[in-house]
Design a protein around this ligand. Structure first.
Ligand SMILES: NC(=O)C1=CN([C@@H]2O[C@H](COP(=O)(O)OP(=O)(O)OC[C@H]3O[C@@H](n4cnc5c(N)ncnc54)[C@H](OP(=O)(O)O)[C@@H]3O)[C@@H](O)[C@H]2O)C=CC1
Ligand SMILES: CC(C)(CO)C(=O)C(=O)O
Length: 306
C-alpha cells in the first residue's frame, strides 16, 4: 500500500520508519533541516527495542508531488493541524483513508473540515518518542500500543496487516474509537497538565501529598467532563490511573512538558484548555484544569521574550 506520513516527527517518523522497514511504500512529509537530513542521509531510530536505520527514504515538503495515496497517517501537532489538513488534500482520493494519531479529541473534526469525514479515522497512541535531532527519532520507553477505529475500512485492514509484519507497533482496531480517544484524553490531559505545571516527573509529584492531590483533581475533573459528554470512564479507571502513575519510571513526563522545557509551542489549548472550555459549556467547574490552562497560557506559543 502507498502510505504518506504528514508530519514526520516523534510519532509519524517512528510509525513511518517501522512500516518502511516492514516493506511498505512510505513517503514522509517533512520540512526544514529534518527534511534535508532525511533526503541526504535517511532516517534513524534509537529505541530500547533496538536501533533501526533507513539509509534512504522518500521525503518531501510538497504533498502535491506525492499524488493520491492509500493511507495518510496524520501526525502533526494540534496547533499545525488546520494548515496541514488543507495541505494533504492532493494526496486524498475517494478511496484514501486519513488516520489521525493526535492527542486530544479534536483531530478528527479538524481534518473533516478539509477532507470527507467518512474517510477520517481516529486513533489513540501510547508511545513516547521525539525528534532528537534532524533525521533521528528517539524512543524513550517500550510502550508501543495504539487503538484505532475503522474496523470495516479496507485501508485500515491493510494497515493492520502491515503493522503485524512490522516491529514495534502493537495495534488494536475497533469499530468505535471514541471510548479509547476519551480515555486517553482524560488520562493525558491530567498527566500533561500536572507534569508541565509542576515541572517534574510523575514519581516526585505523586510522592508529594499536595502534588498527588492536584493530579487526582485533574483526573476527576476530566472524568466528570467525559461523563457529561456521554463518554464515562470505565469501571476501575481511578485505580488504573493511580497504578499507571506508580508504575511509570519516576522521571516520566509528558511530551507537552518536554516541549515546554525546550521552549517550543505546546498543545495546551486542546488538553487543559479543552477541559476548561468544556467545563464552561457544560456548567461543570474545572478549577485544576483552568489553573493549568491560565498558568501556562503565556507559554502556549513557545517561550515568551524575557
Ligand atoms: N511524541 C509522543 O510521544 C506522543 C505524541 N502524541 C501526539 O502525536 C501528535 C504528534 O506529536 P509528535 O510526533 O510528538 O510531534 P513532532 O513535533 O515531533 O512532529 C510533528 C512534525 O510535523 C512537522 N510538520 C508540521 N506541519 C507540517 C507541514 N505543514 N509540513 C511538513 N511538516 C510539518 C513538524 O515540523 P516542525 O518541527 O518544523 O514544526 C514536526 O517535525 C501530537 O498530537 C501529540 O500530542 C501522542 C502520543 C505520544
Ligand atoms: C503520556 C504519553 C507519552 C503516552 O503516550 C503521551 O501521550 C504524551 O506524553 O503525549
Amino acid at each position: 500500500m502507498r502510505i504518506a506520513v504528514m508530519g514526520s516527527g516523534g510519532i509519524g517518523g517512528y510509525i513511518g520508519l517501522r512500516l518502511q522497514k516492514a516493506g511498505e511504500d512510505v513517503t514522509f512529509i517533512a520540512r526544514g533541516e529534518h527534511l534535508y537530513v532525511m533526503r541526504s542521509r535517511g532516517l534513524r531510530l534509537e529505541s530500547p527495542l533496538g536501533n533501526v536505520s533507513l539509509p534512504s527514504v522518500n521525503a518531501t515538503d510538497d504533498p502535491a508531488e506525492v499524488g493520491v495515496v492509500d493511507l495518510v497517517i496524520f501526525t502533526v501537532k494540534l496547533y499545525d493541524s488546520e494548515e496541514a489538513a488543507a495541505a494533504i488534500v492532493p494526496m486524498v482520493g475517494p478511496k484514501t483513508t486519513v488516520l489521525t494519531l493526535q492527542n486530544g479529541v479534536d483531530g478528527v473534526d479538524i481534518l473533516a473540515r478539509s477532507v470527507p469525514h467518512s474517510q477520517v479515522v481516529g486513533g489513540a497512541i501510547y508511545m513516547s518518542t521525539y525528534l532528537q535531532e534532524p533525521g533521528l527519532i528517539k524512543q524513550i520507553s517500550g510502550m508501543t500500543q495504539m487503538t484505532i477505529g475503522g474496523r470495516s475500512d479496507l485501508m485500515i485492514a491493510a494497515f493492520r496487516d502491515a503493522c503485524e509484519r512490522a516491529d514495534g507497533i502493537a495495534l488494536q482496531v475497533v469499530d468505535d474509537v471514541d471510548p479509547a480517544l476519551w480515555m486517553k484524553f482524560v488520562t493525558l490531559a491530567a498527566f500533561a497538565g500536572g507534569t508541565s505545571l509542576m515541572r517534574s516527573g510523575i514519581g516526585a509529584i505523586i510522592a508529594d501529598p499536595e502534588g498527588r492531590k492536584f493530579m487526582e483533581q485533574l483526573r476527576d475533573e476530566g472524568m466528570a467532563i467525559a461523563a457529561a459528554k456521554g463518554h464515562p470512564m470505565p469501571e476501575g479507571f481511578v485505580q488504573q490511573t493511580t497504578s499507571l502513575w506508580q508504575m511509570l519510571p519516576p522521571e516520566t513526563q509528558s511530551s507537552m512538558a518536554s516541549d515546554l522545557q525546550r521552549g517550543k509551542r505546546i498543545e495546551l489549548e486542546w488538553l487543559s484548555g479543552r477541559m476548561h472550555a468544556l467545563g464552561q459549556e457544560l456548567g461543570i467547574p474545572t478549577p485544576a484544569h483552568t489553573a493549568v490552562y491560565r498558568a501556562l497560557h503565556l507559554y502556549a506559543n513557545g517561550a515568551p521574550a524575557r
